[in-house]
Design a protein around this ligand. Structure first.
Ligand code: PMP
Length: 296
């Protein structure tokens, strides 16, 4: 992720990545009590642009707030720091990972002080394959009565790691997690949509991380006139649907080939997801994305 000359931002200063040190007595390390974001920048015709910087940094601030982590850097300051970081590293297409860490404190009381780190690395290709085979996980997403699941909290990702590991151990590419009630929730790091009879369905907010990509996809559906329904549904309803996809900042819009070894019926090229995949690409690259320009 970093080389000899990589620069990161930590606790008020830009520094060489290898020189940054965190305290082993940090609450964040012992308890997963930290909040973070996953953001991307793209080389567009208008220069290097961070996609949805405001939405990501507003969510970072929200995550810190609901977790009781003191954090007062504004969205504008965070955005400016990130552009400076990209420039200092000469990154264009980058993955950006800000994290708000808590200071040394071994108690379970809320954070007294926080440190902001912003790391980034040049990253063009998605980490996911072109078409993914997913399995319904035996792990459920964290119970919303026990966690702030609207927030992007480091500790929640232990659940994601377990689910991902189980899927890989069973020969699948990725997991699909249900919520505590047994409804489809999301992937370990992405939201999910499926298509049936010309309509898209996606889990309603409440038991999922409401993704920024998901919101963008919903906006694109409106522009493109694609009907979409947010509702609760069981895995049986999704299994064997016409098509399906995951979406997230890292994954963008990525096709699902099969679920629990049952293929989605339609070829991906003919799916609504494929249309949205192109539209999303145009969107991050700041190309026009009207119904007319979508296939150019
Ligand atoms: N769900 C989970 C659990 C995630 O980790 C992510 C990635 N942040 C998403 C959904 C998608 O969110 P976004 O589109 O904001 O990246």
């Amino acid at each position: 992720y970093y080389g000899e000359s990589t620069v990161l931002y930590f606790n008020g200063a830009f520094m060489n990545a290898a020189d940054a040190k965190i305290d082993l007595y940090s609450q964040s390390l012992h308890y997963g009590y930290a909040v973070f974001e996953g953001i991307r920048s793209y080389q567009t015709a208008n220069g290097t642009k961070i996609f949805k910087a405001k939405e990501h940094y507003d969510r970072l601030r929200y995550s810190a707030e609901v977790m009781g982590i003191p954090f007062s850097v504004s969205t504008q300051e965070l955005t400016d720091l990130t552009y400076e970081l990209l420039e200092r590293n000469s990154f264009t297409n980058a993955y950006i990972r800000p994290v708000v860490l808590c200071s040394p404190n071994m108690s379970l009381s809320k954070g007294k002080e926080s440190y902001l780190a912003i790391t980034a690395w040049e990253w063009t290709n998605g980490y996911l394959s072109n078409q993914m085979r997913i399995m319904t996980s035996s792990y459920r997403r964290p119970n919303p009565s026990g966690f702030k699941i609207n927030a992007k909290v480091s500790g929640h990702y232990v659940n994601s790691i377990l689910a991902c590991q189980e899927a890989k151990d069973n020969g699948f590419d990725e997991a699909l997690l249900l919520d505590i009630e047994g409804n489809v929730a999301e992937g370990p790091g992405a939201n999910v949509f499926f298509e049936k009879d010309g309509v898209l369905y996606t889990p309603a907010a409440g038991n999922i991380l409401p993704g920024i990509t998901r919101a963008t996809v919903l906006d694109l559906c409106e522009i493109l006139g694609i009907p979409v329904v947010e509702k609760k549904f069981k895995p049986e309803e999704m299994r064997g649907a016409d098509s399906a996809f995951y979406c997230g900042t890292a994954a963008e819009v990525v096709a699902l080939e099969s679920m629990d070894n049952i293929p989605f019926a339609q070829p991906w090229e003919n799916s609504l997801g494929s249309e949205l995949q192109k539209a999303y690409k145009n969107c991050v690259l700041e190309k026009e994305y009207t119904a007319e320009t979508i296939n150019n």
